[in-house]
Design a protein around this ligand. Structure first.
Ligand code: ASC
Length: 152
């Protein structure tokens, strides 16, 4: 096969595997599981950062890594709430899908606070780091109060 044909064949194979992956999306159960996993990951990175930033444990060389992971995970917030995931075993409240603009704003704000924290740590700016960390916590809490059912 010449190179052009080979490239075309590869492109077809790639597009078929991408579309079958897309076709696999759609179960509310999986979407809820994905959401919960990413949320748990963010809580773990944030909780770890608190321990590190307040010198409760050794390992301050890992703060950037957790802040990066938190910022990266926060970018996923925009795909964690597909409409089809509103019904099922979830604490996500209908307000998310009833007020999509307000929810999108809250997501943007959450992402921004996480990126601010990442940048403050990168700049080795203690004051900015602590205030950004507080802003992240406030953003988590604010969203949960409005958009998540209270845990039992
Ligand atoms: C967490 C977590 C939250 C936030 C919030 C911060 O680790 O699970 O919801 O931090 O408690 O105020």
């Amino acid at each position: 096969m010449n190179t052009v044909l080979k490239r075309a064949a590869l492109a077809i194979v790639a597009s078929v595997s991408i579309s079958s992956a897309a076709a696999a999306a759609g179960s509310a159960e999986d979407a809820i599981k994905y959401r919960n996993r990413v949320m748990d990951a963010m809580a773990a990175h944030y909780g770890t950062l608190m321990l590190l930033l307040f010198d409760k444990v050794e390992g301050s060389q890992f703060t950037q890594s957790h802040a990066d992971a938190l910022a990266n995970a926060s970018a996923e917030l925009s795909v964690l709430f597909p409409e089809y995931s509103k019904d099922g075993d979830t604490e996500a409240l209908p307000a998310i899908w009833e007020n999509p603009d307000a929810f999108a704003q809250a997501v943007d704000k959450a992402q921004k606070t996480a990126v601010d924290l990442q940048a403050a740590i990168a700049a080795d700016d203690r004051k900015a780091t602590l205030s950004a960390a507080a802003a992240v916590g406030k953003s988590c809490k604010g969203c949960h109060e409005t958009y998540r059912a209270e845990e039992d």
